[in-house]
Design a protein around this ligand. Structure first.
Ligand SMILES: [Zn+2]
Length: 217
């Protein structure tokens, strides 16, 4: 039999868009087909325990927390056919090369993650991962303000929109998040040429991320 052609699928969109549900659906489908599957998530994701994936035969899969792309590389077994990664935007950039290489090897890689930060700017290396993908599934949430489709994640601190100059990844702050449409999404003190300036601010140094055990977005 010919070696299967690999594929890189990226599931993206704002928070509350159903990215994890879509990843679980794809993983469950692969399990029904008796593929060997491994599921991972970023150890930085401490907001909630990811849902265990239950199958008809009673097998439960839980996403294994991983703190770096190097660790991820060590944990993937040689005969794994489907590799699924949740919250991929929280990994270091090495994950991009890994995902691409695994797809080149004939495996199916399903990576789910935010495409934008709270400012509405590209999140770290996600644009590269999206460009390398064979398939992009971009999901939208529903704006909590107006009910229109929402593609952005609103960060609120004490009930007020967060400021542009806040770090992309916050630790231990009393903030919360909402899905909002382009019109209802607000960032305080956003520069006019925000998109160009964002190139310097939207990607935190990977070491900074690694040092943060607790984080939010
Ligand atoms: Zn809206």
């Amino acid at each position: 039999m010919r070696k299967p052609a690999g594929t890189l699928i990226v599931i993206t969109g704002s928070m509350f868009a159903g990215k994890s549900e879509e990843l679980i659906r794809q993983v469950r489908r692969a399990l029904y087909a008796r593929k060997k599957v491994q599921v991972f998530k970023s150890a930085l994701d401490t907001r909630w325990d990811s849902a265990a994936i239950a199958t008809h035969n009673g097998v439960r899969y839980e996403a294994v927390p991983v703190s770096s792309s190097a660790e991820l590389e060590r944990l993937v077994e040689p005969d794994t056919e489907v590799i699924a990664i949740e919250e991929v935007q929280f990994f270091d950039e090495g994950v991009v090369e890994l995902c691409n290489r695994w797809a080149d090897e004939g495996r199916t890689v399903i990576a789910a993650g935010l495409d934008q930060d709270f400012r509405g700017q590209p999140f770290g290396f996600m644009p590269i991962l999206l460009a390398l993908a064979d398939e992009v599934i971009k999901l939208r949430a529903i704006c909590v303000r107006c009910g229109q489709p929402a593609s952005r994640t609103q960060r609120l601190v004490d009930g007020r929109p967060a400021s542009w100059d806040e770090p992309t990844i916050l630790i231990g702050a009393a903030e919360r998040y909402e899905a909002r449409c382009r019109r209802c999404h607000k960032v305080l003190h956003a520069p006019r040429n925000g998109h160009r300036r964002a190139r310097r601010t939207s990607q935190p140094p990977s070491t900074e991320i690694a040092e943060q055990q607790e984080r939010l977005f």
